[in-house]
Design a protein around this ligand. Sequence first.
Ligand SMILES: [Zn+2]
Ligand SMILES: [Zn+2]
Length: 340
Amino acid sequence: MRRFNLVEPQRLVEEEVPAPEPTAGEALIAVKCVGVCGSDIHAYYGQHPYISCPIVPGHEFVGMVTKVGEGVDESWLGKRVTALPSLVCGKCYNCRNDRFNICQELRVIGCQSDGAFAEFVRVPADKLFALPDDMSWEEAALIEPLAVAVHAVRIAGDIVNQRVVVYGGGTIGLMVMQVVKAYGAKEVILSEPDAYRRSLAQKLGADYVIDPKGVQPSQWLMDKFGPEGIDLSFECVGIEATIQEAILSNRKGTTIVVAGVFPKPVMVDMGLVQDRELRLLGTLMYIKEDFTEAIELLSSGKVQGLPLVTHRVDFAETPRAFEIIEKEKGNCVKLLIKNE
Ligand SMILES: [Zn+2]
Ligand SMILES: [Zn+2]
């Protein structure tokens, strides 16, 4: 099979290798569509804290089951599927307590194990999800990033009637924004420096958008809503400025969900976190319930995935994906690699 191996930062090399064989408990998927994630971009530039080269990227994949290993239900064969890319130990404290997303031994397909920038990808069969018949490959490729947002929102607690700030209008920010709206948030404010992403946020239901290049978000929020106006915020970028703005803006005693991947340690005013009794709540990936819910939100139309797909490349042209992302910057939200 053909695959694209990130042998070193910024060098994605096409290789011909034998297709993997599913071992006991595994399934082999012929990849039809795979999304390029922010973490793939960090990895491409050698800036992801937990991904190193060589690696075959790709964890937002959908496709058709072509083979199953020993002990796997053969009715999966020929099914259209996606899968959680989580490789977990099943034994550690969090695995035993239904939180395998933070498994002590967590590895992720496409991050620490061969991923789906390939014709075939091997996955644990217990992580497979059948796709609804009427869901396109493209829409299904958004289940994984939506599940990230669903998980982040779920651990934040009750959303009903909350005024929520989302920092960052990339895929995760735009998904979080839609999920909190679907769950009954009173108002959502999205802060994002890129004009195209702000317009997309407005189209998808943001009540207000802020350009942090033109105004300091905490100042704007204070002027508009006062010191008690913000009930909850989501940091979906992974830089110092956004987490700091959230700390400055949230009402005392509230929660800031940290969903962005920080390439390096940052300085924030922990004095304010203490004094204002703020809760900084990290979030990582998802568990199965989040995938089920993501599929439901997309199928029901409560969350829209396809407007986020701004670019597509054919599998054979996979390395072009990163050129496009570099060139298009904010105009590229979700790029899909297609092999149909
Ligand atoms: Zn992702
Ligand atoms: Zn574990």
